[in-house]
Design a protein around this ligand. Structure first.
Ligand SMILES: *Cc1c(COP(=O)(O)O)cnc(C)c1O
Length: 462
């Protein structure tokens, strides 16, 4: 009897169909800007797909390709400028297929050695961009959220280990109001309280404001405080906190200094803005998402530590069947020891292949292109009477307003452009001195976005 794992003519045909689809999709630089449908409407079209006998590969694939994939918005579309879009390189996507096919368990060197070697080569480059001292290293995670969680857990454990008394306290961390939502939600996961401090005039967290916040703490809260999370490129506006002065205060106050550069981290490879990150080299840990501005497919985040041992203390899993990994020959770098996940995909492998193929200079070029597009968009906005910059662009984010528009106008404009297939540009909120305003926002990642694309989108804001 034929089993699920046997290979016959049908599986060969299906393989070819799927590879053909993958090749077409990978080479398509302007995929249709699909739109989501309601779940019940999708169900009406495709019916139940998981049944006792199965609906057949051809049928399932057809439903995916012709119906379901079209109910998604491709993030690599050159005029998808909403949220933080993505633009994985073709090399990286192809190697994502290889990563699946190679069936490598990426938790331990014993089984994943050669693949982990590749990941570590890519990681070496990431670490070199940060300027952290020798000995610093990191691992690839499922994204910025799990990287932040891994770092915050390491920080909390290091703080508890420092002083027996700390074990009795609920931990407390400080971050800024511009910090990503994942910092706030991961604080819940580690059961830590969080204080959001307001930024300065330039909407940044600075050492001065941090010191003031620490000085204002009650005696008990000061004892509970274990870490500061600064942002290296806020998701909404691309703002980089004043990392250098924040680092100084953290050192003086003996606090763990984490920099969340999930979105902005790519810009560490861009000489034109690298100086804005001054101080990141003093961090205890850093988050960078290669699936955002380093052209990796989903999902790929990274967490980097100044002192790997502190991460290991927090994350290394002990289990009797894991003891074998202590043997000679099986010894090497074990990614499972430095983040929250045990069994893991070698999610750094696509980044490695793309880096190895293209070289790091091509990365610098592609990231500089996003920065250029932001500057170019800003000039175009300033040249149009009814448009106005909300602030100068930071990194590749541009915040601007259409004078006289209400939140409903922004929403209707977004829907109309999405529907016509022109672009996906969503509104956002900008808060200054407690006043919140609905505005428009571009985030440039894709080097294939053209200046003409920007002109056309701005022209639609009549
Ligand atoms: C996107 C982002 C995150 C979350 O990363 P995921 O990969 O979506 O989990 C965290 N911090 C910042 C600053 C981000 O931009």
């Amino acid at each position: 009897m034929k089993s699920m794992h046997s290979i016959d003519i049908n599986t060969v045909e299906m393989t070819l169909d799927i590879m053909k689809y993958a090749i077409n999709r990978i080479s398509n630089t302007e995929p249709e800007l699909g739109a989501p449908k309601k779940e019940e409407d999708l169900l009406k079209i495709v019916g139940e797909t998981v049944t006792k006998e199965g609906i057949g590969g051809e049928n399932a694939f057809h439903l995916f390709k012709d119906v379901l994939a079209k109910a998604t918005v491709p993030v690599d579309h050159p005029r998808h400028l909403a949220f933080v879009p993505a633009a994985p390189t073709r090399a990286a996507i192809l190697f994502d297929l290889v990563t699946s096919a190679a069936s490598i368990h990426g938790a331990y060197w014993m089984t994943g050695g050669g693949g982990i070697f590749c990941e570590n080569q890519a990681m070496k480059w990431l670490v070199s961009l940060t300027g952290l001292p020798d000995g610093a290293f990191g691992v690839f995670t499922s994204g910025g959220t799990s990287a932040n969680l891994s770092a915050m857990t390491a920080a909390r454990e290091a703080w508890r280990d420092k002083n027996e008394e700390n074990k009795a306290f609920k931990a407390l961390l400080i971050t800024s109001s511009g910090a990503h939502s994942s910092v706030k939600s991961m604080a819940k996961v580690i059961d830590a309280d969080i204080i959001l401090i307001d930024d300065d005039e330039e909407d940044r967290l600075t050492g001065k404001w941090l010191q003031k916040a620490i000085d204002d703490l009650s005696e008990i809260d000061r004892k509970r405080l274990f870490a500061v999370v600064a942002t290296g490129g806020t998701t909404n506006a691309g703002i980089i906190d004043e990392l250098d002065t924040v680092a100084e205060i953290c050192k003086k106050e003996e606090l763990w200094f984490h920099v969340d550069a999930a979105y902005g981290g790519g810009a560490l490879a861009a000489p034109s803005v690298r100086h804005l990150f001054k101080g990141i080299e003093k961090a205890d840990s850093i988050t960078i998402d290669p699936h955002k501005w380093m052209f990796s497919p989903y999902d790929c985040g990274a967490v980097i530590y100044k002192d790997l041992e502190l991460a290991k203390n927090a994350h290394s899993q002990k289990g009797s069947y894991l003891d074998i990994f202590k043997d000679e020959g099986a010894q090497g770098f074990n990614p499972a020891d430095y983040q929250i996940q045990l069994t893991r995909r070698l999610r750094g492998l696509p980044l490695w292949f793309s880096l190895a193929m293209h070289g790091t200079e091509k990365y610098t070029e592609a990231i500089e292109r996003g920065l250029f597009l932001a500057q170019s968009a800003a000039k175009k906005i300033e040249a149009i009477d009814h448009l106005e910059l909300v602030r100068e662009p930071s990194l590749s984010c541009v915040l601007f307003r259409r004078k006289g528009w209400s939140p409903d106008d922004y929403r209707d404009w977004t829907y109309a452009n999405h529907k016509s297939g022109l672009a996906l540009v969503t509104p956002t909120k900008w808060t200054k001195y407690g006043e919140s305003e609905t505005i428009s926002r571009f985030c440039f990642i894709n080097p294939d976005t053209t200046e003409e694309d920007i002109d056309n989108i701005l022209a639609s804001m009549k």
